[in-house]
Design a protein around this ligand. Structure first.
Ligand code: AR6
Length: 168
């Protein structure tokens, strides 16, 4: 079943094909969900990330999940919110598109996203949720298979409520 789901959870605990990491350009870890994923995955994740040589904003890279229940981690680098006139929406859209592209390339079915850019990077939640949902619907319509399952993981009320409101 092609499906979109919103759940409240710690993304590091999810047993899915791939979880998405809201990373930074270095791919060498940081705070927020990035720090949590690296802590839970263990040092081998950092070793693989070191070999990737970073990632431009809006692009995505895939690694194994190591000690995580998830088999893979898709690392994408969201934009830092400035004033909305610095290509933030195009860059956030690219994060979702490139993450879905890796999902398809690796023939994976289940993917869990955190709210990319909505924490430390300060993206307004309403606008970010609209992009996340629109890109997901487009992917499901054009390239999703009967097994595709997209999970939006929220860590706070604002994101969860906004996601649910927009999916109604
Ligand atoms: N599970 C699910 N969601 C989480 C978790 C978790 N364990 N932890 C945080 N969130 P952020 P960004 C939510 O700041 O804004 C890092 O230092 C959080 O509540 O992790 O893209 C990177 O290295 C928020 O809604 O990512 C970058 O430097 C969402 O995840 C920078 O932060 C994203 O918050 C990236 O900032």
């Amino acid at each position: 079943m092609k499906e979109i789901e919103v759940i409240r959870a710690d993304i590091t605990l999810l047993d899915v094909d791939a979880i998405v990491n809201a990373a930074n350009n270095s791919l060498l870890g940081g705070g927020g969900v990035d720090g949590a994923i690296h802590r839970a995955a263990g040092p081998e994740l950092l070793q693989e990330c070191e070999r990737l040589g970073g990632c431009p904003t809006g692009e995505a890279r895939i690694t194994k999940g190591y000690n995580l229940p998830a088999h893979y981690v898709i690392h994408t680098v969201g934009p830092v919110w400035q004033n909305g006139n610095c290509s933030e929406s195009e860059l956030l859209t690219s994060c979702y598109r490139n993450s879905f592209s890796l999902l398809r390339k690796h023939r994976l079915s289940t993917i869990a996203f955190p709210a990319i850019s909505c924490g430390i990077y300060g993206y307004p939640p309403q606008a970010a949720c609209t992009i996340a949902i629109n890109e997901t619907k487009t992917f499901l319509k054009t390239e999703g298979t009967s097994d595709t399952h997209v999970i939006f993981v929220s860590f706070n009320d604002t994101i969860e409520q906004e996601m649910r409101r927009q999916l109604c």
